[in-house]
Structure formats: structure tokens, C-alpha cells
Write a protein that binds this ligand. Sequence first.
Ligand code: ATP
Ligand code: MG
Length: 349
Amino acid sequence: APASKLLADAPYAEHLTAAIGELHAARLPPADDARWRRAVVEHVNSIAARLWRGAQVRMFGSSASGLHTRGADLDLCLLPPRPPHINAARRMISSIGVELEAQGMLEVLPLPSARVPIVKFVDRASRLQCDICVNNLLALNNTALLGAYARADGRVRPLVATVKYWAAQRKVNEPYRGTLSSYAYVLLMIGYLQTTDPPVVPSLQQLGRLDGVERIVDGYDVWFCDDPGAHGWSGSANTQSIGELLLGFFARYATEFDDAKHVVSVRLGRMLERAGKVWGEQQTAAARKGRRADRHLFCIEDPFEITHDLGRVMDTTSLGWTRAEFSRAHALMQARAPLAEVCAAWSDA
Ligand code: ATP
Ligand code: MG
């Protein structure tokens, strides 16, 4: 296969490895980033605790999983003492929005009637772009899962940083335009790294699982092994460089993954057959208005909420853009283009 021929092409893979290392280093958050993020969490936490006795604020998303790069947004989750009804959650979003405004936060935008109610704002001191949602327990748990993958092998972080950068540069990381979220790209990368031969990371939802063990949160099993070393995983036997793995990632999604047949499943650590896979039928507002047919054109199973397809944001048009970008990256790499060219900013000129 062309992919394996390229994998043997050491000098080019070495260029990629060095370039990924540089890109990752340049995109690492600044030294005081963690302190700034913690300060925002504490500030919002004190606001929440004043509004609702016993309420707490937690960080999730890439700032909590360690998969964030310079300038990433700060995802916050408000945890009231008891799970709120959706209407109560909407009211909480409005109330905290008023309070954030009063505290001088910038660009406060409460979206209490959104499917997932959130308030957006920019922290005045750090200028971090922040989102607060309410009681999103699955997101807190999937963040912990992604963090465990980031710790499982040192190659995960630089590869994720590179793919997030590539997707942003090429404008295929814009969920509001129907392309995949950062979260979906992280799942694509982990799904690939689980299925190299030998695997770079195991399926942490399978490894060390005893029969019948479950941890149910909001109706879904969120159990995973967060100490692979203690469960027979003594590090990966895969010795490929990050350059070779990036080549393999683009080869996988440009040429090998057949979206008509397969589902990316990080839960199982292998490709799942599409036949027989049942997705949740909750309709998006867009689909109800008939603006976009509710199709599953490229399926990425959420690791916990297994009826949720993260590829469902894509319609034929945005899947076309995304496919074209995978093919472009793959073709440029076949032609041994420098990483900077693969990740060049998109322009319609
Ligand atoms: P970035 O560094 O670009 O901010 P991120 O990993 O924080 O990347 P986001 O897209 O900001 O990714 O999502 C933050 C978190 O929200 C994810 O880690 C995940 O827990 C949750 N999330 C995001 N999109 C979805 C989705 N479509 N379905 C379920 N959970 C999601
Ligand atoms: Mg984020």
C-alpha cells in the first residue's frame, strides 16, 4: 500500500517528526497559563457559591485534559448540589450571566434557550474566552478519559496539537459551519492510534475491565481504566515516530476509512461496522426546520454517549470540504511537502 511505502521513507518522516515537535512547542500554552485558568475557575466558583448554596464550578475540555494549546478556550461546568431540571438550568445560565456582567466580565452572552444552555464571556483579567454550561457530567467524564489517553503515551499530545492546528488552519474545525469540533478530531486521532499495528494506545474502556463493572452517569457507562500500567499495559510496543504516525493518520482518513461501512469507536478501540449501529433520534433544530437532512455520513461514536454521532454535524457539503482536506494533506505528504505547507492557512484565492 502507498501508506506503508511512505512509512519506510525515513528522511521525510524525520522532517515531519522535527516539524511536529517545533509546532507543538510553539503552540504550548505560556508558563503562567495554568495559573490564569485556575484564577478564572476560582472567580466563577465564588460567584456561583454566592448565588446557590453548595454550587461548584469545574474546568473541563482541553484545559482540563492537558490537550490544550495556546489560546484555547476555557470550558467551565457549573455543578449545582442537585441535578437541575432543564428549565432551572436555563434560569441559572441567565442569573450567572447577570452576575458576570456586574463583575465586569467582557462580551457576556447568555444563551439560556440553546439545546445545551451556556453563557459565553471573556475574562477581564486574563482575556480568556470562556463558556459555562450546567451539570454536564458526561463532558466532565469524557474530559477525564481524554486526559488518560494524553498520559498513556507521549506521542498523543503533539499529534493532537498538530491535527487541531491543521484543522483550524484549513477551516474544517468550525462546528457552526457544519464541520467537526476539536473534540471530534481528538477522537479521530485516538481512534487511529488504537488501530495502528501494534497499537500506540489501548482502549481504556476495555483494558482491565472486570465482568459486569459499570459506572453509570446520566444513563451511560463512563467506566474506564485510568491506570493502564496497573492493568497489564507496559507501554506501547509501537516504535513509530510522530512523523510516521501523522502520515498514517492522514492515510487512514483519506484512503482507508470507508465511511459507508465503518464507525470510529474509541470505546472499542477498533472500527465498528455501521450495519446494526443505532443512533439516537433526537433531532437538531436545523433538521426540524428542514435546513439540513439529519444524516449520518461519517460516523464517530461518542465514547460514553454511544447513541451520539459526533460526525452528524456534517452534511454533504461540509463533509465534502472535510474529505477534500484529508485528501489534500495526504497527497501533499505523498509528495513530501513540508509540514508548514500541509498546514498552510486556507485561502479561496
Ligand atoms: P479546544 O482546545 O479546541 O478548545 P477542546 O478539547 O476543549 O478543544 P471543545 O470542542 O472546546 O474541545 O469541547 C470541550 C469539551 O466539550 C470536550 O472535551 C467534550 O468534553 C465536550 N464536547 C464538545 N463537543 C461535544 C459534542 N459535540 N458532544 C459531546 N461533548 C462535546
Ligand atoms: Mg475547549
